[in-house]
Design a protein around this ligand. Structure first.
Ligand SMILES: [Zn+2]
Length: 273
């Protein structure tokens, strides 16, 4: 990406963060900076100033309240109203907003098509092979079936998405899917900040795969953060044991990782609701 476009994008990202978050909240700022450490999105002189400033604000260290972009006085102590207006209403910002939406729609369509075609060939081959082996397999194994563990499909919740305001209501929502009556035990691990993108993924999709394939444009929104409640889930029916983590966002979306999806990556988050 050319330097100028990268800088414009970076400034827009800083404006989005400033409009969205309260930097006096240490948990929020720690979350932003931790992600920034991993992703290195804010790398210009303005980006570096921005990171220093929000850290100072969160840790009551801020000694000046000038705009990190233009140097004028900034009411919020980070970016002045002039710069906020200029950047968020710039031709660049509106172009990006339209473009991103268009890109995502096109990409989703293309992906679905490719997905379908490659899977179609695959399914055809596998079906042929299966037909050959199916009868033999049935003859020799049907009487041992009761001893097999059933294979679990990726779990997708059929419950409604309900916003939660605290740990208790988050737990109640999670228990609709993982009920104590069904043998699930849930322990609360408290509030956390988590990537917005994880909660916006398609239901049933692997977050790891999606993160690896994010475009530069998509990363900016994916790595915004939001508040969530984290839980440890265990299940033990005497035959099988399943362990995992779940997070419920304040908006009511739920992601899980662990042994709850057989044959899927236990280290990846999957959105279930
Ligand atoms: Zn300014």
């Amino acid at each position: 990406m050319p330097d100028e476009a990268k800088l414009k994008q970076e400034l827009l990202y800083m404006v989005k963060l400033t409009e969205k978050y309260d930097f006096t909240n240490r948990q929020v700022v720690d979350g932003i900076l931790r992600l920034e450490n991993e992703r290195q999105i804010l790398t210009s002189v303005f980006g570096k100033r921005f990171k220093d400033r929000i850290f100072d604000i969160a840790y009551d260290n801020a000694s000046n309240n000038t705009c990190v972009i233009c140097g004028q006085e900034a009411e919020n102590g980070v970016i002045c109203q002039d710069c906020l207006n200029r950047i968020s209403h710039s031709a660049y910002a509106s172009a990006k907003a339209g473009e991103t939406e268009h890109d995502i729609q096109t990409e989703v369509k293309t992906k679905k098509k490719i997905h379908f075609l490659s899977y179609f060939k695959y399914v055809l081959l596998v079906s042929l092979a299966l037909i050959c082996f199916a009868q033999i397999w049935l003859l020799y194994t049907f009487h041992t079936l009761p001893d097999h563990n059933p294979t679990q499909e990726p779990y997708i919740s059929d419950k409604e998405i309900v916003a939660v305001s605290d740990e208790e209501s988050a737990l109640a929502q999670l228990q609709l899917d993982y009920s104590p009556d069904d043998g699930y035990d849930i322990i609360s691990l408290g509030p956390v900040v988590e990537l917005s993108g994880l909660f916006a993924n398609e239901v049933g999709a692997s977050a790891t795969e999606i993160e690896e394939n994010l475009s530069d444009e998509e990363r900016y929104d994916y790595f915004l953060i939001e508040e969530a409640y984290k839980f440890y889930i265990s299940y033990n029916d005497g035959v099988s044991i399943k362990l995992g983590l779940a997070e419920v966002s304040t908006q009511g979306n739920i992601i899980v990782k662990g042994d709850f999806n057989d044959l899927r990556d236990p280290n990846a988050f999957y959105r279930i609701r």
